[in-house]
Write a protein that binds this ligand. Structure first.
Ligand code: NAD
Length: 357
């Protein structure tokens, strides 16, 4: 396997392999860009079929963390870690501690957090070996409830703010009263968001591959439940992907009746050109890494003595960032994903380390 020929390597700073046969650890940490600060990004544990797949994933994910942090105005760069293994079968205390030591060996250039297959309790075990772990302290959601670690309520709040900004831009509405919204995925983010949207007066259409989640949404939120494949074609104003990546593609985009796409899922566009396809259909797309930054913003505030009010005000700035993207996209007739990339690149490339006096 050639790492240097990997097309995803592009502008990465470093890729480091961690190996501890006694603990069963096989892991990769990718540092994409550190010009704004140390690389912050989650640690994913996944049963990758091979090392190539794990490498491709960590490179793609670390790159998008750079863009996300830069757009959110955080003093962090982008990085990510992956552990090769089935989290249900292979996760042990020894493995997590070995991962903690691996992270520690980078001396703070990479700071880890939650991701798929990795929860707060796992991070707390890693934290026995390294200080470079974020997102394990308690935090407060917009209802004033304190929770341990989980960034999903903050992500959901950011998506709510982003939907409001997008509806204002495309539909000229100042609130979400009677706005029709189709949510794909009622997991950690989607479920919390569905409650926020219902409270804001929206009418909900929902889907999930877990029937029990749909039944609960019908009972508690008066949501209309549809089959997973039918969600794209619903007669709604907003389509809100909160499940998988690559859901905006050649098959789904022609089906959309919504005039806005705004949701939490990472990597929603199957390919970059699908941003242009949405623009041509006059569907406003809220770039995923801008609208779903609430969780990382909340985590970043944990470094400066967590003040929930400051964290919330920062998350609310997602509205201004989207408005700026929409303004520039309108003026330049460019797709919003391209405009967002350009703004982010200005931000992380312009910031150069200050030379020592
Ligand atoms: P989750 O695993 O808790 O929820 C995903 C939900 O989608 C599950 O209920 C699952 O059953 C459902 N689902 C899976 N396949 C589906 C399909 N084909 N159709 C309909 N539903 C389907 O994940 P989450 O933490 O809620 O994250 C949701 C998305 O948001 C992911 O793409 C994640 O990467 C992204 N995201 C999450 C956060 C966060 O703070 N949790 C932050 C940024 C981005």
């Amino acid at each position: 396997m050639s790492v240097f020929n990997n097309v995803h390597l592009r502008d990465h700073k470093a890729v480091v392999y961690g190996f501890d046969p006694d603990a069963g650890l096989r892991a990769i940490i990718a540092l994409h860009n550190t010009s704004r600060g140390p690389a912050l990004g989650g640690c994913r544990m996944w049963a990758y079929e091979n090392e190539e797949q794990a490498l491709a994933d960590v490179l793609r994910l670390s790159r998008s963390m750079t863009y996300k942090s830069a757009m959110a105005g955080l003093r962090f760069g982008g990085g990510k870690a992956v552990i090769i293994g089935d989290p249900r079968r292979d996760k042990t205390e020894a493995l997590l501690r070995a991962m903690g030591r691996f992270i520690d060996s980078l001396g703070g250039r990479y700071i880890t957090a939650e991701d798929a297959g990795m929860g707060v309790e796992d991070l707390k075990i890693m934290a026995k070996e390294t200080n470079h772990v974020a997102g394990i302290a308690d935090r407060q959601d917009i209802d004033g409830k304190w929770r341990s670690g989980d960034p999903s309520p903050a992500t959901a709040y950011g998506v709510l703010i982003g939907i409001q900004a997008s509806v204002r831009e495309r539909l000229g509405r100042s609130d979400l009263e009677d706005t029709r919204i189709a949510i794909q995925g009622l997991g950690h983010v989607g479920w919390c968001l569905a409650h926020y949207l219902q409270r804001a007066g929206a009418r909900l259409w929902v889907t999930d591959i877990r029937p029990e989640a749909c039944e609960r949404a019908a009972a508690e939120l008066d949501a209309t439940v549809v089959e997973p494949n039918a969600i794209y074609a619903q007669p709604v104003d907003v389509f809100t992907p909160c499940a998988l990546g690559a859901v905006l593609n050649d098959q789904s985009i022609p089906q959309l009746q919504a005039r806005v796409v705004a949701g939490s899922a990472n990597n929603q566009l199957a390919e970059e050109r699908h941003g242009e396809m949405l623009r041509r259909r006059e569907i406003l797309y809220a770039p995923d890494y801008v609208i779903n930054a609430g969780g990382v913003i909340d985590i970043a505030h944990g470094f400066d003595g967590y003040d929930p009010r400051q964290a919330r005000l920062h998350i609310e700035r997602i509205a201004e960032t989207l408005a700026e993207i929409y303004r520039r996209a309108r003026r330049s007739a460019n797709p919003t994903n391209r405009v967002a990339d350009l703004i982010a690149e200005e931000r992380f490339q312009l910031r150069r380390p200050v030379a020592a006096a």
